[in-house]
Design a protein around this ligand. Structure first.
Ligand SMILES: Cc1cn([C@H]2C[C@H](O)[C@@H](COP(=O)(O)OP(=O)(O)OP(=O)(O)O)O2)c(=O)[nH]c1=O
Length: 190
C-alpha cells in the first residue's frame, strides 16, 4: 500500500522514520492556514490536518495519505509560526513561566477515501525566562518557522521544566496516534 506524507516538514519525515515508516512520496498540501475568527485551537489544528489530507488525497487516488498540523495555544489564543525576531521574542515572553498547550492533529485517509482523525494535546511548561535567556535563544535561530517560536527538539529543551503528553506530538507528529491510525487502515510496518 502506498503511503503519501502530505507535509513539507522534514521533522515529520524523521519522526515517521523513528517508528519504521518511510513514506513512498512526500506531497505538501500548501493550503491557506489562516485561523477563523474565534476558532478554538483544537478545532483549528484538526481542521488544518483534515484539509491538508483531503487536498493531497485527491491527487493520489488509492493511496494512504497522512497529514498533520501542530498548533501552540495559550488559553484560546493561537500563536502563529514565528517568522521574525520580534515575533519570536513576543512568543517567548508570553510562554515564559507558564503552561501552554500544543495541539497536534493528524488525519489519515485510506485507500477507500475514508478519513480517520486523532488529536494529541500536550501541556508544556517553560521556566521563567531571563532577558538574556531570551536573547540567547533568539540568536540561535531555531525558532524560525516554528509554531509558538520554539522547537522542543533543540535548545529550548533546556528551558522547558515539564511536558505532559506527547513529545513527538510537540515536535510535529504524535507517533502513538499515528501508529494507531496506520494500523487501523491496514498499513503494515515495524
Ligand atoms: C512547538 C514546536 C513546533 N514545531 C514545528 C513543527 C511544525 O513544522 C511547525 C508547525 O507547523 P505545521 O503547519 O504543523 O507544519 P509545517 O508548516 O511545518 O508543514 P506542513 O503544513 O506542510 O505539514 O512547528 C517544532 O518543530 N517543534 C516544536 O517544539
Amino acid at each position: 500500500m502506498r503511503l503519501i506524507l502530505a507535509s513539507a516538514s522534514p521533522r515529520r519525515v524523521d519522526l515517521l522514520a523513528q517508528i519504521g515508516v518511510v513514506p513512498d512520496a512526500i506531497d505538501p498540501a500548501d493550503i491557506d492556514e489562516t485561523p477563523r475568527k474565534d476558532e478554538p485551537p483544537a478545532h483549528y489544528a484538526a481542521r488544518m490536518a483534515a484539509e491538508k489530507a483531503r487536498i493531497v488525497a485527491a491527487r493520489h487516488p488509492g493511496a494512504l495519505v497522512l497529514a498533520g498540523d501542530t498548533v501552540v495555544a495559550v488559553g484560546r489564543r493561537i500563536l502563529p509560526k514565528a517568522e521574525d525576531e520580534a515575533h519570536a521574542r513576543s512568543c517567548l515572553s508570553l510562554l515564559s513561566g507558564r503552561r501552554h498547550h500544543v495541539l497536534s492533529a493528524i488525519t489519515l485517509i485510506d485507500a477507500e477515501g475514508r478519513a480517520r482523525h486523532r488529536l494529541s494535546d500536550s501541556i508544556v511548561t517553560f521556566k521563567r525566562l531571563e532577558a538574556q535567556e531570551i536573547d540567547a535563544y533568539i540568536a540561535c535561530d531555531e525558532w524560525h518557522g516554528k509554531a509558538g517560536g520554539y522547537a522542543i527538539q533543540g535548545r529550548a529543551a533546556g528551558l522547558i521544566r515539564a511536558l505532559s503528553g506527547s513529545h513527538s506530538g510537540v515536535v510535529g507528529l504524535p507517533l502513538y496516534e499515528t501508529r494507531v491510525l496506520l494500523s487501523a487502515a491496514g498499513y503494515v510496518h515495524g
